[in-house]
Design a protein around this ligand. Structure first.
Ligand SMILES: [Zn+2]
Length: 81
């Protein structure tokens, strides 16, 4: 419960990472193995922010959660250039 498991896998181009809450209550972070190490690190920070901000179980549209993270210095796309 509440474990965080990170895996590097090939995700579609343009997808930096995703987090899935599984049936055991563990967070599974998937990071796109196609990206550079720097992009992967930022994606991990971004996905970790979703977990630490308690975005799982909130009945809020995902795009609103993405918007709230993109306004923090948390490794969203605007910090990658
Ligand atoms: Zn996100």
């Amino acid at each position: 419960m509440d474990a965080v498991i990170m895996r590097l896998i090939d995700l579609p181009p343009g997808v930096n990472g995703m987090t899935v809450l599984d049936e055991n209550g563990d967070f599974n972070i998937y990071i796109n193995a196609r990206n550079s190490n720097d992009q992967s690190a930022l994606a991990f920070i971004h996905e970790s922010a979703h977990i630490s901000n308690g975005h799982f179980g909130e009945a809020v549209h995902a795009s609103l959660l993405e918007w709230s993270l993109s306004n923090d210095a948390d490794g969203s796309d605007s910090q990658t250039q």
